[in-house]
Design a protein around this ligand. Structure first.
Ligand SMILES: C[S@@+](CC[C@H](N)C(=O)[O-])C[C@H]1O[C@@H](n2cnc3c(N)ncnc32)[C@H](O)[C@@H]1O
Length: 291
């Protein structure tokens, strides 16, 4: 390593975040996204943001906070900020036990209700969809359940995320091997085509899904999502504090049709968040029904 690159890395490492700067940055992130950065993650954030400071040739976190608040390019920086503060871990068929219970009970009941009422329509909302694996999995499950009859249904899966990079990836629909770590081989063979080292999802699956960049902290924008029979919001509210969880779950409540269902991640619950839903217990999954 040259002397020059050594001195650069020394300089980079010497940018430290003070306690006051951390609190100011944390509050700013919370205000924009509802994501609460715990004190324990301070050093992880320090190293993530330090890289960005170097790219912007800023020498302190105080300067970066000023940049975020007042610079003429602060709107574009917000896109970068959202990417730095989110965790986008996901995969196709994530939590198979929950998906099986969802298919056999929740989805089967909703489809049956719709059939009986003579309206072959279904709206699902995947809130915090990351790079698309969750809404595409839901589309595949629907294809498997309905078979050829799917062409007689009007199905819409609205999928949103705050990360522009994730929404763009989802729209491209090309996935590496690790996206399939929880996926049965038969499903990959049936709904994807190999493209070099990657796998491209079939158009039949993508056709049902509508991706949009959206911030769950922006209640007014959430009102534009069509009414849903089912909301999926898995492994998202875990990053929010209680106030933000309540705000987001209220938006889901307002969006759902009466008798509609909310599905959360397996480590999440509505305990201390909302009493407006009735928990329905299935082996491997809890579905929250809007009463
Ligand atoms: C861990 S991933 C979960 C993805 C998928 N739901 C799953 O369970 O596999 C959490 C996603 O929530 C998104 N997210 C976090 N805060 C958000 C917000 N305020 N508005 C919209 N999306 C948000 C992140 O960008 C990230 O892609």
């Amino acid at each position: 390593m040259s002397l020059f690159s050594n001195s650069i890395s020394l300089r980079k490492d010497s940018i430290r975040i003070s306690d006051a700067e951390f609190v100011e940055l944390r509050d700013f992130i919370y205000d924009k996204t509802g994501i609460f950065v715990d004190e324990k993650r301070k050093y992880l954030f320090e190293s993530r943001f330090r890289r960005r400071l170097t790219e912007l040739s800023l020498s302190s976190f105080a300067d970066y906070i000023k940049f975020l608040k007042f610079d003429s390019s602060r709107r574009e920086e917000m896109v970068r900020l959202f990417e730095m503060v989110t965790t986008n871990e996901t995969s196709f068929f994530r939590d198979m036990k929950q998906l099986d219970a969802f298919r056999d009970h929740v989805l089967a009941d909703v489809l049956e209700e719709q059939r009986k009422s003579g309206r072959k329509e279904l709206s699902i909302w995947s809130a915090g969809c990351s790079s698309g694996e969750e809404p595409y999995t839901l589309s595949i499950i629907l294809h498997e359940m309905l078979g050829l009859d799917i062409s007689r249904w009007r199905i819409r899966i609205s999928a949103n995320d705050i990360s522009k990079a994730m929404i763009e990836k989802a729209r491209v629909g090309l996935y590496p091997e690790y996206a399939f770590k929880t996926t049965p081989d038969a499903m990959r063979k049936k709904y994807f085509k190999q493209d070099g080292d990657l796998w491209r999802i079939n158009d039949t699956v993508t056709k049902l899904v509508d991706f949009k960049l959206m911030n769950l902290n922006d209640s007014a924008t959430l009102k534009r999502i069509p009414r849903s029979h089912i909301v999926f919001c898995r492994n998202v509210i875990i990053y929010f504090d209680e106030a933000m969880k309540k705000k987001v779950v209220n938006s889901f409540y307002d969006n759902l049709v009466s008798g509609g269902f909310l599905m959360l991640g397996h480590s999440e619950s509505l305990h201390k968040v909302s009493k407006a839903f009735k928990p329905i217990f299935h082996p491997g999954a809890i579905a929250y029904r809007k009463e």
